[in-house]
Write a protein that binds this ligand. Sequence first.
Ligand code: ATP
Ligand code: MG
Ligand code: MG
Ligand code: MG
Length: 459
Amino acid sequence: MKSADIRQAFLDYFAAKSHQVVPSSSLIPGNDPTLLFTNAGMVPFKDVFLGDEQRGYRRATSSQRCVRAGGKHNDLENVGYTARHHTFFEMLGNFSFGDYFKQDAIRFAWDFLTKELRLPEEKLWVTVHVSDDEAADIWFNEIGIDKSRFSRLDEDNFWQMGDTGPCGPSSEIFYDHGEDVPGGPPGSENDDLDRYIEIWNLVFMQYERQASGELVELPNPSIDTGMGLERIAAVMQGVHNNYDIDIFQGLLKAAAKATGCEDLTNKSLRVIADHIRSCSFLICDGVMPSNEGRGYVLRRIIRRAVRHGYQLGQSKPFFYTLIDALAEQMGDAYPELNDQHDKIAAALKAEEEQFARTLEKGLSVLDAALDKLEGTVIPGDVIFQLYDTYGFPTDLTNDLARERGLSLDLDGYEQAMNAQRERARAAGSFKVDYTDAIKLDSETEFCGYDALASTAKVV
Ligand code: ATP
Ligand code: MG
Ligand code: MG
Ligand code: MG
C-alpha cells in the first residue's frame, strides 16, 4: 500500500464514522505564541479542546503536517540515528470534542489496524497509563487483547502538547518488527531501540496544564489520536526503517544523484532526505532563514543538511535542487509545493551559498582543534568560534562531535559567549548584536530552540 493510499484509507475510515475531514493546517500555529511549530495533529484544534472555540462538528479527522525540531517535542538529534524519527512527518488523527471517549477511540483504532489494514494481532503491543484501569479494562474485556503483549507505563503514557495546554493519559499501540531487530517491548530496558515501534498514540484529553504546572479538568473529556503516516507506511510496506518507504526512496535517489553517494542507506543521505521535507514545508508556510526564533531553527536544519552534503563530497549548492523530487513525491497531496517551488528553491539556494563561504574554513578550524584535543570534550571557545565566525549552530557542531565520539563543553561555550558580550559592551561597540543570540534560547516558553536544550544551556 502506498503512503498516499494509507492516508486516504485513514481519512475515509473516519469519515465513514461521521468525522469531518479537515485539511492540514500550517506548520506555524495560528494563535499560539507558546508553541514553536505545529508538532501534532491536535494543535489546530487546541482551542476546541479547551472549550474556547466551537465548530460545526464534534468529530474530526486529518492528516496534519508536523515539525519536531525544537521546543517540547524535538527530534532533530534523532534523525539519522533511529529508524522512526523525522523532523517533518504527517500525523494521521481522529478527534472527539466532548463526543466519544475511551471506548470508541480504542475500538476505532483497533479495528482500523486489524480489520482495515489487516495487521496480525500478535504483532501489536499495547500500553496504558499506570493509573488507567478504565482503559486497561476496555483493552482486556472489550477488545480481548493478549495480556502478554500489554504494559502500563508512567510518563510515556501521559501526553502533553507543550509546557501548557491540553493533556491527558494515553494508550499507545506498537508494532513488533521482529526478532531480527534489537530492542525490547515497551517498558523494558531496551525499549528505545527500534524493534517495537510506536505507531499510534490515543490521548484521553482530560486536563489543561496551567503555567503554574497545575492540572485543571477540561470542560469535556475528549479524544486526540496521532499515528505517524511514515511509520504505518513502513509496516504496510514490509520494511523496518521509515527511510525505506516509497516517499523516501524517491527523495533518497534524488539526494544520491545530487551528492554522488550511491549507498541509499547512508546516514548523511537520510538526514538530507529528511531535512528537505522540513525545510521546504517551513518555507512554504512562510518561515525564512534568519537569526531568530523559527527562522533560526530553519537555518539550523538547512546548515545541517548542507554539512551532510559536504560530508558526502558535495561542496556546491545541491540541497535546493531536491525540491523537484519532493514536489514529485508529495505535490499531489500538497499542491503548494508546486505553486511555491521557485520561492522555496531560491530561499534554500541563498542560504546554501551563504553557508558555503564559511563551512569549509570552519571545518578546518575544527580539525585543527581536534588535532590538539586531549580527552573527548570539545572546548567552549572552539564551539563559540565556530558559531560566531563560521556560522555553525551548536547542534551542527554537536552532530560533528557525535560522529567522532566526542561531546561539547557547553558551559565553556556560554562563558565564551558572555565574555564576547562583555568585550562588545566595554568597547561601546555594538556592531555585532549579540542580543539576538541571547533572546534566542532564553525564551524558555519554547523550552529552548537549541537541540541541546535538554541540557538547558543558554545560547
Ligand atoms: P516516540 O516515542 O517514538 O518518539 P512519541 O511518543 O514522541 O514517539 P507522539 O507524541 O505520541 O510520539 O506522536 C504520535 C505519533 O506520531 C507517534 O505514535 C508516531 O507514530 C508519530 N511520530 C511522533 N514523532 C515522530 C517523528 N519524529 N517522526 C515520525 N513520526 C513521529
Ligand atoms: Mg518522541
Ligand atoms: Mg513515545
Ligand atoms: Mg507517543
